[in-house]
Design a protein around this ligand. Structure first.
Ligand code: ADP
Ligand code: MG
Length: 564
């Protein structure tokens, strides 16, 4: 520590490059400050720094990290805590460029596996970035000392030692995540696809703000006929809406809360922390939201179950396009999701192609089957469940065609769900039964994989170029992938992680017989070794997505060759 203070004194006023010699490890009071990488100028990406505390100092209860799920939740809690302490004690901007900026990877509303805070039996480490301060391009060594020797010790002490943590808050966070895991396990045992506890708060602050809608949100309340009770390890007995396996239809007037419920189900694949409002919303972890995606690239996907006989003899068995339509993109997304082992499709009329969703009796009489290449989901949704056990939850306020194929019909009226299954069945027609006689076969194709040789992350002279441009865009080598309509991706850090996962997949598991197998092997590696093997040096910028989202990204990459 004295050595560091002396060096910081010496660099004062010198050209920025003088900071380079700071790289190294320093023993501070109660922790080690590791300066892993020093930025080359004040405008570049800030320097990478880690705060390492031995467990003897951090003294985090063993019960907080004993099981994988509790450790993940603890790491998530501590990452949020580091961000909060930084916001309170770090002065921030001091000098030119990004001088004085201290940051940890930001966390959204979901609890995810990240590599910004790592807890092991030996200790805890937080990986942060520090903009070493400069005036113009000259070192401000004394300002740097204020950050490294005054501010960071407070961050280490207040965010990462049990003595400074509010025990009840830590335990509430861990218990909440563990309850969510128990809910997901129960869903499977009880043959349900989703559960929404009473008193959940589903609406969000706005379309661009994922925090709960403050006052004015009507708490959720399940109708008696669809309610179940479950015993959770920490929350005890909880009542809520249990959506059974099968085909579930959500109906109701416009602006009554249908999409809000479906969105909560989409996010229910992840745990949420206390105060989010969706803590006890859980969905089949393999559930996939599929939507129409005009303009999306599709590569060698067998879309015949939904679309065959396209004009000009286009190949529907290995359908390829740079510019998919609403219906072809939605068909491809479903086929791809099924190949990845999706157990439940989540679909909203707001983001679907109408001709993919339904074809009513009158239209069937006018346009003969021979002239219509599209088999609407309506005609396949029962078969999907009965043959493959794949459930569907579909929001559809504008057509009663799905009454005939739905096992459960939920009406949302002024944000309140009601069970209208019986009434809907009484009104159901017979158009579907008549139409499903001569459909093309429904096969669950799973044999594609990308040629790993076409997944190079190199760009120009850089052997590896992987970067996220926000939540919506991945740069991977010379590829640029639009992920804006992969709706279950929630953080930029997941997008960045997908880039590294694809690189790792291509180099380690690209020869597995199918993409699904290769991604399973990839995720087994992550489970065993964490996220660190993905990057050449220590960093804290990744959050783990699901295999489904990694596949979704690969499936949207242009210029990749697929081997069947
Ligand atoms: P729909 O899909 O039925 O047209 P939305 O789900 O888009 O309706 O919801 C319409 C509006 O109602 C949104 O602004 C949403 O935030 C709000 N909303 C949804 N659920 C609730 C609720 N439980 N309490 C208060 N507002 C809600
Ligand atoms: Mg809607």
């Amino acid at each position: 520590m004295e050595r560091l203070r002396r060096w910081l004194d010496e660099v004062e006023g010198r050209p920025y490059g003088a900071y380079k010699r700071l790289a190294g490890r320093y023993r501070m009071a109660g922790f080690t400050l590791a300066i892993d990488h020093v930025q080359s100028d004040p405008f570049a990406a800030p320097s990478r720094v880690a705060l390492e505390l031995p467990m003897a100092t951090a003294r985090l209860d063993e019960g907080w990290w004993r099981t994988p799920v509790r450790r993940l939740a603890l790491e998530d809690y501590l990452a949020r805590r580091v961000a909060a302490v930084i916001a309170r004690v770090v002065r921030g901007h001091r000098g030119s460029g990004r001088s004085g900026e201290v940051a940890i990877l930001p966390c959204g509303q979901e609890v995810l596996q990240r590599n910004s805070v790592i807890v092991t039996p030996e200790g805890v480490e937080a990986r942060i970035t520090v903009g070493l301060p400069a005036a113009g391009r000259r070192c401000l060594g004394r300002e740097a000392a204020a950050i490294l020797l005054d501010e960071l010790p407070v961050v280490a002490g207040e965010a990462l030692t049990a003595a400074a943590l509010e025990r009840a808050a830590v335990e509430r966070h861990l218990d909440t995540v563990e309850d969510h895991q128990a809910l997901q396990a129960w869903l499977q045992a009880a043959r349900l696809v989703a559960f929404v506890a009473d008193d959940s708060l589903l609406p969000r602050a706005s379309g661009i703000d994922d925090h709960p809608l403050g006052s004015g949100a009507l708490p959720f309340r399940a109708p008696d006929t669809l309610a179940r009770e479950v015993e959770l390890p920490h929350a005890g007995r909880v009542r809520g809406l249990a959506i059974p396996a099968g085909v579930t239809l959500i109906v109701g007037g416009g602006f009554h809360g249908k999409s809000t419920l479906l969105k909560a189900l989409e996010r229910g694949v992840y745990p949420h922390g206390p105060g989010d409002g969706r803590e006890q919303v859980a969905t089949d972890p393999t559930a996939v939201k599929v939507r129409a995606e005009d303009g999306r690239a599709v590569s060698a996907v067998d879309i015949r179950p939904f679309i065959d006989r396209l004009p000009l003899g286009r190949d529907c068995a290995r359908f390829t396009t740079d510019n998919g339509s609403g219906s072809t993109s939605q068909a491809a997304s479903i086929v791809e999701a099924l190949a990845m082992g999706c157990g439940c499709l989540l679909i909203d009329e707001d983001t679907s192609a109408t001709n993919f969703m339904i074809r009513d009796g009158r239209m069937q009489r006018l346009v003969a089957r021979a002239q219509e290449p599209i088999t609407p989901l309506l005609h396949r949704v029962r078969e999907l469940y009965e043959t493959y056990g794949i459930s569907t939850v579909v929001v559809m306020g504008g057509s009663g065609d799905y009454f005939e194929v739905a096992d459960t019909v939920i009406q949302i009226e002024a944000y309140r769900p009601a069970d209208v299954t019986e009434t809907a069945h009484a009104l159901a027609g017979h158009a579907v039964a008549d139409a499903v006689a001569d459909l093309p076969p429904l096969t669950r194709e799973a044999s594609r994989r990308p040629d790993p040789a076409t997944l190079s992350p190199a760009a120009g002279r850089k052997p590896v170029k992987i970067a996220a441009r926000g939540r919506d865009r991945l740069l991977y080598g010379t590829h640029e992938v639009d992920l804006s309509r992969v709706e279950q991706l929630v953080e930029t850090a997941q997008v960045r992680c997908i880039g590294h996962l694809i690189h790792y997949y291509a180099t380690h598991h690209g020869d597995a017989p199918t993409l699904t197998d290769g991604l399973a092997a990839l995720f087994a590696d992550i489970e065993a070794h964490g996220l660190d093997p993905l990057t050449p040096y220590r960093e804290g910028t990744l959050a783990l997505p699901r295999p489904h989202e990694v596949a979704a990204c690969l499936n949207r990459m242009r210029g990749v060759t697929w081997i069947a």
